[in-house]
Design a protein around this ligand. Structure first.
Ligand SMILES: Nc1nc2c(c(=O)[nH]1)N[C@@H](CN(C=O)c1ccc(C(=O)N[C@@H](CCC(=O)O)C(=O)O)cc1)CN2
Length: 281
């Protein structure tokens, strides 16, 4: 019988810790500030941004949303980032992904002041991650590491296979795991004989972006499986990249979708904002 890695529960526990840390900061006259820039009307992004607002305000973060028009120019976005870079009340700035085609995502990410780059997507923070130096690191991998810690699952000396090579999840996930002494294999949609690799994983992390792609025959018996996917099946139901019904017969622990990695992504973001505010103290 599989055990669920409950991201909703782990996020609630983390929020209790965050509220306490923010109360301590407020006693010193510091309120952590997070600016979220949402460009356009992507419906999933609007849900994620709403969830972030609810969680941030619950723990006492000053949350500011800048909702910009779908056809906004890159110059206008860069001007807003420049203003926020100089705002002493803002500790972290993030631009919700994806952005419309007229916006150069890399340019925008790298316009955010390195210390306020709460997503850790700037080239500077990516370099810090891959050279095992302190910096800001992306929310989803950060949240996954925290989820594993809350369930006392150590990654050290484990073989972790990461399926997916995005800048938001796969690549930074591999970096954080290496820094935590895991043996990491990276794979992706074009890896030949993927199942032969994933079957070797003590911990399998899947962010491939294809609904229910990973079935039981990709999974080592009794392994831990983390599903980062968020897709809609033909009936419109939210499903992950992992086929929950078959994999739950094989794995020892598995994240559900929803209620697994999603809430922990927000946890990773809030934690990074608080760490930045604590540096002001
Ligand atoms: N700038 C960024 N953009 C995006 C990131 C990111 O880390 N930085 N990650 C994802 C989206 N994301 C955070 O922004 C995110 C995804 C999912 C959830 C979440 O709460 N999921 C819920 C289900 C929500 C639903 O009903 O659809 C769950 O899994 O339980 C929060 C945040 C892409 N963009």
């Amino acid at each position: 019988m599989v055990d669920l890695l409950d991201g909703k529960k782990a996020a609630q526990l983390a929020d209790q810790e965050f509220s306490q840390r923010i109360n301590d900061l407020k006693l010193m006259g510091i309120t952590p500030g997070l600016a979220v820039i949402l460009i356009g009307n992507d419906s999933a992004s609007q849900v994620y941004v709403r969830n972030k607002k609810r969680r941030a305000q619950k723990v006492g973060i000053n949350y500011q949303l800048f909702h910009l028009a779908e056809n906004i120019t890159q110059t206008a976005v860069l001007q807003l980032i420049n203003k926020l870079n100089h705002d002493p009340e803002i500790d972290g700035i993030m631009v919700q992904m994806p952005v419309p085609p007229q916006i150069d995502a890399a340019k925008v990410m790298n316009a955010i002041a390195v210390d306020k780059d709460v997503d850790g997507f700037s080239f500077d923070n990516i370099g810090r991650l891959w050279s095992n130096n302190s910096g800001n690191f992306p929310a989803t991998p950060r949240g996954i590491i925290r989820l594993l810690q809350q369930y006392e699952i150590s990654v050290a000396q484990k073989h972790v296979v990461v399926v997916g090579r995005s800048n938001i999840v796969g690549r930074p996930m591999a970096g954080l795991l290496l820094n935590a002494d895991a043996t990491v294999t990276m794979a992706h949609s074009k890896t030949p004989n993927l199942a032969a690799l994933t079957k070797q994983a003590d911990i399998l992390i899947v962010a491939i972006g294809q609904a229910e792609f990973i079935t039981a025959d990709y999974v080592k018996p009794q392994s831990v499986v983390i599903d980062v996917g968020m897709n809609h099946d033909v009936t419109g139901k939210l499903v992950g990249d992992v086929d929950f019904s078959s994999v739950s017969q094989v794995a020892s622990m598995l994240t559900p979708v929803p209620g697994g990695v999603g809430p922990m992504t927000i946890t990773g973001l809030l934690e990074q904002v608080i760490i930045l505010a604590e540096k002001r103290a």
